[in-house]
Design a protein around this ligand. Structure first.
Ligand SMILES: Cc1ncc(COP(=O)(O)O)c(C=O)c1O
Length: 442
């Protein structure tokens, strides 16, 4: 009988239900009756929608298989973009000092601020955003850009639409799939139905034709780009900001490779006037400081960035960080601060230049083979064109003939077909050896 009709009786809320007249069968007996059931909970349909394995595990699997079949091969890994140069002593010393201080009563600290140490937030704002007026309270220190890419997904409305460069760093697409924003994968196009793929190829100077790009709520944009190694110009980024403003979109700008820029290209989206009203920037200590294993990154959420109802995004981001993240390691943050000291920046400049010299060796090598080569100038990635070829085939051929691991362009989206990405992270002797093998055997 409906509650309101039960005059003079108490309506018990459902959550505090009375003892049922008949008791439910125990889980065990339920299982015994339903022998058709598999153990566990149903798999997320969004996880099911992810295609293949994540790119790098797939490459690792092929590399391991190659090593198994060729036990004497001296494999050179120019695939995954992992740093190889040691971290300068001034930076590791700061971490050691902080670690030792934790053993003392005076030096011990427990939880820090979820958003990061003020000193580090201030150093990031002052040293890396000098020309763009980013304030320290807008900087949120994190355990790396990859984690922030996924965290940002939690910030967005569940029905938000997403645009990515094509080719693109896979985490933007995969985290969108996991959140259920991507729609079904379509085998014919190799694209997810609800994702807008903004083609970035040599024909358009690796910048999308915005006049024919459909509107999306969120635009992931990476510059200098992984995988193409291309850095967007000031003029192009201005176009992007204008496009976002016209469409009421938000740009999630990934500047993980900003330190590799050697020309006039902006190092931050916030160098573009008006960008603070439409963009969030994610960045990282991984590539310029060799922190891929140490783990430290940051996200800038400007105060001017508002939702359509006028609510500041920074407030939600702060709330999200407090809920889903308890702050970066205090030892690592001490290292981050040392990176941004005068001495730290000077030492890291040397490391970045070292990788850029590697990139130049690789560019020259592939060019000497008559191939068209992109990137390498403003990024540690070289993007080599094999027109009309299947990029997994090219990957396999290079691995088989030279024992060198690269990344097939298709792994970054359909726009990467016909290319391979070669990483310039590596010890010089390995890069030189790779150059010799490529010249001799490709
Ligand atoms: C464009 C881009 N963003 C983010 C990341 C991940 O950075 P982190 O090591 O800070 O998680 C990478 C790593 O390769 C990357 O290439």
């Amino acid at each position: 009988m409906p509650c309101q009709m039960m005059a003079a009786s108490i309506c018990i809320p459902r959550a505090v239900s009375a003892q049922p007249a008949t008791t439910f069968p125990s889980w065990k007996s339920f299982r015994e009756r339903r022998t058709d059931l598999q153990p566990g909970i149903p798999r997320s349909v969004h996880m099911e929608n992810l295609q293949n394995e994540y790119l790098f595990p797939e490459i690792f699997m092929r590399e391991s298989e190659h090593a198994r079949k060729n036990p004497h091969a001296k494999v050179i890994k120019l695939g995954i973009g992992d740093t190889t140069e040691p971290i300068p002593n001034i930076i590791t010393s700061a971490m050691v000092e902080k670690a030792h201080a934790l053993s003392t009563v005076d030096g011990y600290t427990g939880y820090g601020l979820e958003q990061g140490n003020w000193e580090l937030r201030k150093a990031i704002a002052e040293r890396l955003y000098r020309n763009s007026g980013v304030k320290e309270n807008e900087v949120f220190v994190s355990d790396g850009a990859q984690c922030d890419i996924s965290r940002i997904q939690m910030l967005l409305a569940s029905n938000s639409t997403v645009a990515v460069q094509d080719p693109t760093f896979p985490a933007y697409v995969d985290s969108s799939v996991i959140m259920g924003r991507a729609g079904r994968f379509q085998a014919e196009t190799q694209k997810y139905r609800n994702i807008v793929y903004m083609k970035c190829v040599p024909e358009n100077n690796f910048f999308p034709d915005l006049s024919s790009t459909p509107r999306a709520d969120v635009i992931f944009f990476c510059s200098p780009n992984n995988p193409t190694g291309n850095a967007a110009t000031r003029q192009q980024l201005k176009q992007l900001v204008d496009f976002a403003k016209e469409n009421g979109s938000i740009i999630i700008y990934d500047s993980a490779y900003a330190a590799f820029i050697s020309d006039e290209s902006p190092r931050s989206i916030f160098e573009i006037p008006g960008a603070k009203e439409v963009a969030i920037e994610i960045s990282s200590f991984s590539k310029f400081a060799g922190f891929t294993g140490v783990r430290l990154g940051w996200t800038v959420v400007p105060e001017q960035l508002l939702y359509s109802n006028g609510y500041p995004v920074i407030k939600d981001y702060n709330r999200l960080v407090c809920t889903s993240f308890n702050g970066a390691s205090n030892i690592v943050q001490a290292g981050g601060l040392a990176c941004l000291s005068d001495e730290g920046l000077k030492a890291l400049r040397k490391t970045v230049n070292y990788y850029k010299e590697n990139a130049k060796i690789l560019v020259d090598t592939f060019e000497s083979l008559g191939l068209k080569v992109y990137g390498g100038k403003n990024a540690p990635y070289v993007w080599v064109h094999f027109p009309g070829r299947d990029s997994w085939d090219v990957f396999n051929k290079i691995l088989q003939r030279t024992d060198i691991v690269t990344v097939p362009g298709i792994g970054f989206g359909p726009g990467g077909e016909g290319f391979i990405r070669v990483s310039a992270f590596g010890r010089r002797d390995k890069i030189l050896e790779a150059s010799t093998r490529l010249r001799n055997f490709l």
